[in-house]
Design a protein around this ligand. Structure first.
Ligand code: NDP
Length: 252
């Protein structure tokens, strides 16, 4: 796969899956807009490991609607456009219904939906409007196995990812006439900061045992799937949701 002369905006590229996605795109010839929220140092580490370029770093809180527009406009201005958008950034906040008070429940729902669902929706709005003017583009959204399997400790997370799936499929239909193709990758557990505490804790073995491979995914495995879905020749996959969960949860 070659992404020569393509500009890719990867949200949450300072760490984890987003960093691996940035890495794989850079190796395949793309110029990467590395987005982060708080962790500038980590974003700079990502930048320092990328081949090719020039790549650039961008800060935004995707839980704030105004930031979505500013982010996309800054990338277009400084990098000359956006060919591919990867909505990867996301959060997981625990809020077990039986254990939390109403204030915490409300806050977890509001924050999770703002970051995981409204953020990608708003970034997609501005990026897709640019892609329409530009004659096309590709969007890959990072959802989660939790959208299908349930998230008992974080129901807002499961709902946000189910919403992201539904949004992606609606936009696949809406944007195909504009030559914009929208796909989703739904990982199971992945070895990143988000999963680190669970993997290191007493339940870690049980988490690994969910897959018959006896492990969780490497971020690169998710990244390679993203690149495939963003590559030329995959137009007819638009609207798909690809599981990367090591057969830990099968659906047909
Ligand atoms: P990490 O926790 O390792 O990294 C999260 C990234 O999102 C960071 O780059 C962080 O920026 C950014 N981010 C966090 N909050 C915001 C915000 N408010 N605005 C903008 N950016 C923000 O996550 P992963 O790499 O593990 O996860 C990436 C995606 O994959 C997420 O959408 C997640 O839901 C999904 N996923 C992860 C799984 C896993 O097991 N790890 C399983 C299934 C899906 P900064 O570094 O600046 O804080």
């Amino acid at each position: 796969m070659s992404f020569d002369n393509k500009v890719v905006l990867v949200t949450g590229a300072s760490r984890g899956i987003g960093r691996a996605v940035a890495h794989e795109f850079a190796q395949a010839g793309a110029r990467v807009a590395i987005h982060y929220h708080h962790n500038r140092t980590a974003a700079e580490e990502t930048l320092s490991t990328l081949s090719g370029g020039p790549h650039k770093i961008f800060q935004a809180d995707q839980g704030r609607p105004a930031d979505a527009r500013d982010l996309v406009e800054a990338v277009i201005e400084l990098m000359g456009g956006i060919d591919i958008l990867v909505n990867n950034a996301g959060i997981f906040e625990e809020h077990r219904l039986a254990d939390v008070g109403y204030e915490q429940w409300l806050s977890a729902w509001e924050h999770t939906l703002a970051v995981n669902l409204l953020g990608p929706a708003n970034i997609t709005f501005w990026a897709a409007r640019h892609m329409i003017e530009n004659g096309g583009g590709r969007i890959v959204n990072i959802s989660s196995r939790g959208a299908f399997r349930g998230e008992p400790d974080g129901p807002a997370y499961g709902a946000s990812k189910a919403g992201l799936n539904a949004m992606s499929q609606s936009l696949a239909k809406a944007l195909a006439p504009h030559n914009i193709f929208v796909c989703v990758v739904a990982p199971g557990w992945v070895d990143t900061d988000m999963a680190a505490e669970s993997l290191a804790g007493p339940g870690g073995e049980a988490v690994r045992a969910q897959s018959p491979l006896g492990r969780v995914a490497y971020p690169q495995e998710v990244a390679q799937t993203v690149l495939f879905l963003a590559s030329e020749g995959t137009d007819f996959l638009t609207g798909c949701i690809v599981d990367v969960n090591g057969a830990s949860y099968l659906r047909s």
